[in-house]
Design a protein around this ligand. Structure first.
Ligand code: FES
Length: 86
């Protein structure tokens, strides 16, 4: 079980290697939705806060995440549609 913060609420989720964070949220019936195009018009609504001390469990932030989140990436925020469990 891993602790994750999504929209100000904290959840414990089961994870598997190769799984996107957004899919882990959905498996736990956490309504993680977004109507973005994953390219130019992202609202970043799938943003999660992931504990920095376990950042090594996720793939490195993508260029898209850095563009959408900016410096929030350095504070532990990720786009759940982009971050994948190693
Ligand atoms: S699903 Fe839209 S930014 Fe992640």
């Amino acid at each position: 079980m891993r602790r994750i913060d999504y929209k100000g609420e904290e959840y414990l989720i089961h994870t598997r290697s190769g799984m996107r964070v957004i899919d882990a949220l959905r498996e736990h019936n956490i309504a993680a939705t977004c109507d973005c195009d994953h390219k130019e018009n992202s609202t970043g609504v799938c943003k999660v806060k992931w504990p920095k001390d376990t950042a090594f469990l996720l793939t490195a932030p993508t260029e898209f995440e850095r563009k959408v989140l900016g410096t929030e990436v350095d504070q532990g925020y990720r786009l759940s549609c982009q971050a994948i469990f190693k």
